[in-house]
Write a protein that binds this ligand. Sequence first.
Ligand code: G6P
Ligand code: MG
Length: 221
Amino acid sequence: MLTTACIFDLDGVIVDTARYHFLAWKRLTERLGISFTEEDNERLKGVSRMASLEIILELGNMRPDESTKLKYATLKSKWYVDYISKMTPDEILPGCLRFIKELRGANIRVAIGSASKNTPMILKRVGLEELFDAVADGNIVSKAKPDPEVFVKAAEMVGVKPGKCVVFEDAVAGVQAALNAGMMCIGVGSPKILTEAHYVVSGLKEMNLEKLITIEKNVRL
Ligand code: G6P
Ligand code: MG
């Protein structure tokens, strides 16, 4: 087997925080009088905070100055943090712990590659801060997915070449970031949305080491 590192996106792969992001953005858009649907929210998955705000302002045809933008992003984040500060280990998505422990047992490095600046807080809240060999997040990278920076950084942190990494991602921008990094990508979600991923599962509950080896054989031929 070629894979020696698995890099996991956090939001939507390890924990279901997408609904908290949605609720917080929804609150902001209601305040600003912008119509914002769950479908619009799909476009924000995997995208950094400021880049998400840009998409929302575009939906509302608004062009505020930089300091107002910062105020909006801060407000959204405050509401979001209110939600996630109440998270518990029950919110770890099914199959995640079992699969990651199986990978570790097989000597495969496991890392987080997330755009979120709240990654450390979320990992702590759900009791996962010890599980990963490395955490590359929005606090150490500046370029938003689909830029490959966050995955390249995660691979560097665990000392594995991109061609030997597999990324697990639930967002279109994240799948593109993985491909831009030259990594194999397993989408987590719907194959109708994650069309560019090498393979798609509905959740990590569908994954195990044997399956990873089979997928890899077909992709890395
Ligand atoms: C993840 C989520 C995005 C979110 C981004 C930044 O990638 O999928 O929806 O915008 O993180 O999150 P933050 O916690 O830093 O605002
Ligand atoms: Mg995600």
